[in-house]
Design a binder for this molecule. Structure first.
Ligand SMILES: Nc1ncnc2c1ncn2[C@@H]1O[C@H](COP(=O)(O)OP(=O)(O)OP(=O)(O)O)[C@@H](O)[C@H]1O
Ligand SMILES: Nc1ncnc2c1ncn2[C@@H]1O[C@H](COP(=O)(O)OP(=O)(O)OP(=O)(O)O)[C@@H](O)[C@H]1O
Ligand SMILES: [Mg+2]
Ligand SMILES: [Mg+2]
Lengths: 256, 256
């Protein structure tokens, strides 16, 4: 498995799923083999890729709770070179079901270490809007954290809590975890967005992606067709922005 | 305590906090005494009302875990007739800390039943983006559920899961709980929004509020000043919409 990215932020609705799907699709379009792991009980990454959530579909829940091998639950998507481990509703119960399990934070990490399937160039994990055991499992199994940040007041407020949690995970659970970067999403043309961007760039400097994702209706239309935005409207500002972000990610990984 | 409303939706970023603050402020402007209980560990309702989150501030966590009386943790806000029980970061740990507690779903319900302070005309509870023990405590202590629904594809997808959970809570934990209504939020002028509105009104009929909240930048600016939008820009479409929603809520309660 190539570099593993967790896309997390406990603030809700900040573009985690939209980034996961469209960044992965953009990397796949640049000839990389990409795997998305849907760790959100809402299963938005699963439905946003047009994968049916059927009753007995095995996915991320079964990897966590029934120790099913990752390779056995990978499914294809309509996009070439883009694969998915789907989420299901029973994932909502995983947190409580894992309470008594030994090394419960490492369950995904162990499943990744034991992976025997086809290699992937990148793995992206979509997380629920909480710093719960699902998100902690994702961070403990990852090399990089990508934070999606909506250019709004409440989103900025939650950032310090997120950074504190990541620091704790790095010291106690996963020393390999790097704070990869911050991607500004849903950036409108208004003073608030400019103010948030300035504050974030002043404080986090180079860690903030140069490319930002503009607010673009095509991004919220695409999931209703079950495809990434580039298959819905390749010329849209949203599709173009995610292609640029994919290139910037590859560049950041190369220079290390 | 007057009628208690839970504002919930496990989908993130759908306007729960924005609705809680601005609906409460609008009811207070219509001469009602209103209490907000912030049950979200992010504490956005607390900071959105300009209440400092100081280190040892007692609030909703202490009601749940230390059995502190509700009346002892009510604070004033800058708005007349609007009061708050603040959230704090330790609320994030409440879920795990309550696991061993007997009747853990009823802790808030019992605190409400024991309330001895000044009467309130309305109580609104802001919830985190999850159907976890905090949200379940809120629903078990409430008379009404108000669902805020962003006019987008993913938000619509999560609705059936939310309705199922509420039905289960009504049969097993709180038979008084009524599905009060659905409020459409961040409604833009585009086909997707019109399509979502049509689907929701076709399916839920009268339960959908006639008034909707438009997307309006003033609503996301107001929290950075620590005030409800009516104190930031009373003439904005956002402030006017929440005043209408407050009147519609009072009307719906009157006719029962
Ligand atoms: N740049 C954008 N422009 C317009 N709409 C967007 C953009 N990014 C995301 N959206 C829409 O905003 C909503 C929130 O985005 P999304 O669901 O990806 O956030 P999230 O962080 O994954 O939410 P959650 O916390 O519930 O998991 C969705 O309806 C999505 O379609
Ligand atoms: N009608 C609106 N127009 C424009 N912006 C809005 C509107 N309603 C809410 N917002 C902004 O959208 C973001 C999400 O809203 P809010 O935080 O109230 O949602 P939430 O459901 O409480 O989120 P969470 O799931 O994280 O608790 C906030 O930054 C808020 O300021
Ligand atoms: Mg998501
Ligand atoms: Mg909120």
């Amino acid at each position: 498995l190539g570099p593993v990215f967790t896309i997390a932020n406990q603030k809700g609705g900040v573009g985690k799923t939209t980034t996961c799907i469209n960044l992965a699709a953009s990397l796949a379009a640049l000839n990389k083999r990409v795997l998305i792991i849907d760790f959100d009980p809402q299963g938005n990454a699963t439905s946003g890729l047009g994968v049916e959530k059927v009753k007995n579909q095995r996915g991320s829940y079964h990897v966590l709770i029934n120790k099913v091998a990752l390779a056995d639950v990978v499914v294809e998507t309509e996009c070439e070179d883009l694969y998915l481990i789907p989420a299901s509703m029973d994932l909502a119960g995983a947190e409580v079901e894992l309470v008594g399990v030994d090394k419960r934070e490492y369950v995904l990490n162990q499943a990744m270490a034991a992976y025997t399937g086809e290699p992937f160039d990148y793995v992206l994990i979509d997380c629920p809007p909480a710093l719960n055991l699902l998100t902690i499992n994702a961070l403990t199994a990852s090399d990089h954290l990508l934070i999606t940040l909506q250019a709004e007041f409440y989103a900025l407020e939650g950032l310090t809590q997120l950074i504190d949690t990541v620091r704790r995970i790095k010291t106690s659970l996963n020393p390999m975890l790097k704070m990869h970067g911050i991607l500004l999403t849903m950036v409108g043309h208004n003073n608030l967005a400019r103010q948030v961007e300035k504050e974030v760039r002043d404080y986090f400097g180079q860690q903030v992606y140069t490319n930002m994702i503009p607010r673009n209706i095509r991004l919220s239309e695409a999931p209703s067709f079950g495809v990434p935005v580039m298959y819905h409207d390749i010329h849209s500002s949203g599709a173009q922005a995610y292609l640029k972000v994919a290139q910037e990610l590859m560049h950041r990984i190369d220079v290390g």
